[in-house]
Design a protein around this ligand. Sequence first.
Ligand SMILES: Cc1ncc(COP(=O)(O)O)c(C=O)c1O
Length: 344
Amino acid sequence: MIDLASDVKTRPTAAMRQAMAMAEVGDEQAFEDPTVNALNTRVAALLGKEAALFAPSGAMCNQIAIATWCRPGDEVICDAGAHIAWYESGGPAANSGVMINTIPGHRGRFNAAQLAAAIKPGWRHCPEATLVSIEQTCNLGGGAIWSLDDLDAVAALAHQRGLKTHMDGARLFNASAATGISVDRYAEHFDSVWVDFSKGLAAPVGACLAGSKAFIDRAWRIKQRLGGAMRQAGILAAAALYALDHHVDRLVDDHGNARKLAEGLARIPGLVLDPTEVETNLIYFDVDATVLGFDAQEFCKRLLAANVRMTAFDSRRIRAVTHLDVSAADIDTALVAIQSLASR
Ligand SMILES: Cc1ncc(COP(=O)(O)O)c(C=O)c1O
């Protein structure tokens, strides 16, 4: 199976499992796990923040950050395609009682003027915006990368208007690998930021949320409340440390494979995409059923029968994602399968 459904499909390598097996462990929530402590220290330094905490998932990092920064009735501003708005089961409302105010950005990104327009007047009738959240890279935006200029301008405007800034860094390392801009520079003007280990970095579980020491102290209470405080979590942190050592530099290979796949797909009649928009490891494309004779759902069904998996979002839109377990040769094989499926 060539599994292009998501970069979460990777399985820990033998060497990563070895590192996990050998991890020194202790009681994580009592700060007695040396491997978790080492991971938090390392990630805080990498992201240019004072402190970090380890959490079971990226979604939990988002939920912890929102609950730490906001009060019930506050508004969180984000792009219309943001993960917090679409894929966290209404967590911002359920866990923090906040409203989500979405900006119709361009491929997941918006600018300071759009943020300014989205902030409601300071009347007591209106919810108070207390947080702006951005994704680097943007998942539903096709892996698009925020420019530093836009990030800095959005953060400056947010701070000027009294909002905190949060960066969902599920694929922050992909942005950095693609541009050469360091992760701490991207996160410089963000009050909280997290990185995921279970996506491109190919660890089985885990994410780290970082910010000031005061923020992480408060965030710990929410982590505890959500059931995210762990015990001998060093086994998981060891996988994350292994990933930081071995799986960051290779992300450029995933980006090369994604570009190659996108260019191949664009040559197939009935598949609609602009390969120049593929900046990282996410590829979104449309199926023109009037040309192919079947829709995106059917496309993925037939492709699966040929041992290649992609995700159909609806009758038109498909996502393919490259990662550690997909080689350049797999991309060639997948393209041959798609070509034959399309010409049948
Ligand atoms: C942009 C973005 N944010 C958050 C998440 C959630 O991360 P996790 O699966 O670690 O909970 C994802 C997962 O796909 C994502 O793409």
